[in-house]
Design a protein around this ligand. Sequence first.
Ligand code: G3P
Ligand code: CA
Length: 263
Amino acid sequence: VKVKEIMDPADKVYTIAHRGASGYAPENTIPAFELAAEMKADIIEMDIHLTKDGIPVVIHDDTVNRTTNGKGYVKNMTLEQLERLDAGTWFNEAYPMFARDKYAGTTIPTLDQVFETFGKEIKYILEIKDSAPGTDIETLINESIQKYDLEDVVAIHSFSAGSLRKFHRINPDIPLYQLVWYDYNAVRVSETYLKDIKSYAVGISPNFQGISSAYVAQVKNFGLKVMPYTVNYQLNMDKAYSWGVDGVYTNFPDRLLEVIHTN
Ligand code: G3P
Ligand code: CA
């Protein structure tokens, strides 16, 4: 597919703040995205689920149990119920060295709130987490992108090829990346597989541990971007950089930027 890429110009390695600067602030919250922007990350990554009343919200898990003071499935709760939850205190308790008063009481943001807060100040990679039958998360996300006029700065990724193909039919102008997980060292992948991905996506986001320099070379030669996740140590960031990846997902954008600037 030929679409405008958010990782252009192509001659640099993009810093993708995974769930925001989530090593230093509660993941998938406005403070974590603000910190990523302050650190000068290029892109913020976030995970999208739908509420019971069909609103796209930013949270990683299916349930609110791990990252809020509540309990239950996101899909069984209305936005009003979700907005009553504290999405930051857990972080202060788990990571006292990075705790900040302002994290306590921060809420699960809606996708619209994030777009409204940052506009074109930063780029976005949205992960479609919820593609339950009967819901239309792809259309709702696309509507939010249009509403805030952010077509040029948003990309979508997902482990679900079905969801990405659906998004591509709804809006072929948004760049898509296929998320993949390899539980072995994927030195080479088949051309048929890459060709299929290229029919709807512009890149692949594999787990760092599953890939090698040969994999990166093969995918790039095929004309697809490659961005490994989630790389939190500078030793591995150096490696990914030397392999010629297009971007790196990290919870610590400052560490990656240091590696990039010293290379
Ligand atoms: O950055 C890739 C990553 O977002 C996919 O896994 O579980 O962190 O959403 P996860
Ligand atoms: Ca994600």
